[in-house]
Design a protein around this ligand. Sequence first.
Ligand code: ARG
Length: 581
Amino acid sequence: MNLLAFLEQKVTAALVAAGAPDGTPALVRVSGHARHGDYQANGVMSVARSLGKNPREMAQRVTELLDLSDVVEKTEVAGPGFINFFLKTQWLTQQLGQYIHDDRLGVPLVDKKQTVVVDLSSPNVAKEMHVAHLRSTVIGDAVARTLEFLGHKVIRANHIGDWGTQFGMLIARMEDLEAEQQVDVMDVGLANLEEFYRQAKQEYDSDPAFSERARDYVVKLQGGDDWCREQWQKLVQVTMKQNLHLYERLNVKITDKDTMGESMYNPMLPSLVADLKRKKLAVEDQGAVVVHLDEFRNKDGDPMGVIVQKRDGGFLYTTTDIACARYRVESLEADRVLYYVDARQSDHLKQAWFIARKAGYIPAQVSFEHHTFGMMLGQDNRPFRTRAGGVVKLAALLDEARSRATELVRSRDGDLSEQREEELVRALSTGAIKYADLSKNRTSDYVFDWDSMLSFEGNTAPYMMYAFTRVQSIFRKAGVDANGLSGALNLTEPEERGLAICLLRMTEVLDTVARDGTPHFLCGWLFDLAGCFMKFYESCPVTQSQVDPEVRQSRLHLCAMTARALRLGLECLGMDVVEYM
Ligand code: ARG
């Protein structure tokens, strides 16, 4: 168990023994300042208030009931009823000392391995990936990596929009395009998907012959017509080829086999609707099939009617998500399903899951979680768009990041070989975009700003990458192999202690990210870690000749563990590190 969880459990037990209700949260946190100890518990005040007790007296009583003598040097009650814990240096030394040769730095594999489905990225066919898909891709992948690192089985599900009536007009447009230009789209691709989609829509709206053909193709496609299926497949493949290339550039682990788009669930929909009817959840309503939900209200305050099948027999986005939820439980055997989807789809997902639970497709113990995210904004605090007001294409964003990163690298006198420069530019350009996104609380909007994301100051990709190379360079200069260190760890200086506590928090931080799907927590910790390291390195000489050999070995251990922690943490975020900068 991580230290935070351990303290939380102990303090809660003591709170209960002091008269608080079962399970009262102890609210243990890392202290913001050394004078308040290393950790603090803030839960006493509110429970004391609700019990009509004096908070300081109750806090005092809790400290008397606590037995933490192995771990804690001193416990004190402060202010209106905070409890501060000062950890034993000897205990810290012994804890961290266990991990000096551990690749995982003491982060255990979970006892209860879960199957976690992560719904991420999910762009639409014949459209460009836009900024909401970028956030879903990058955040979803970081959480997926963290869960994998902790030992869970992760299934990345790329729920692409590859089905629907729009395919009629898209097939018709592609047919015309291929005839006009005498090409096969499979060979030449569709360089400008937005433009292609726009043209299809325009012709559909203005040309009756075209729209008739398009409608005919929809019927044929749904009926399984070979040619229409082939044309549709082509569109999916051409789009996904571009997207897979973007995933690679973004260094996210999403491959072809993770594609589980809407079309995959289509064959399951008729029997699903039949089942909902049989269970008396869905009823015929003016020719359509509707689920009435008392628990949700529409604008007029009436029970919400969710249509699962239209009058013309067609199914809807919600029907698909009900089938998808069922599939994830029954076929993928998910214990947990995390959806990285735009906040605006929250009602939609809630309704789909509610129906799926009512129908018995999702058992109570399986959790479905919508991990929403805020919007990416431009400098003007409005949704991020191009100057012309169009969607910002991910490919263009990555190109710009590349040219800015190249400029940045060339402006420094790093004297790097061509190959190292290329590595650095690659890592910096995708890293900057990803880290800027990951380091913000995912639920809030944030302003996309090139200058701050490429700055070497603050909680940024360049700063973190630089911190890593700086530790690596200590070993290079000293001519020591970080993996072949001997000697023991011995913490004496406050800065060594501070760094040790930070290193020991890694499990706690990763557990939080895995539980809440909040990579910004990991970024915040990495930033603290880099800060603790800088403080340590400024006040505790490592390689200088006057340093006692044993002290030097102990400090080299701290350096090696810091480098390992930075690398592991950045890897969980999907960030590359480089050795030279
Ligand atoms: N394709 C959808 C969009 O672009 C996102 C799909 C999210 N996942 C889901 N299971 N509905 O908005």
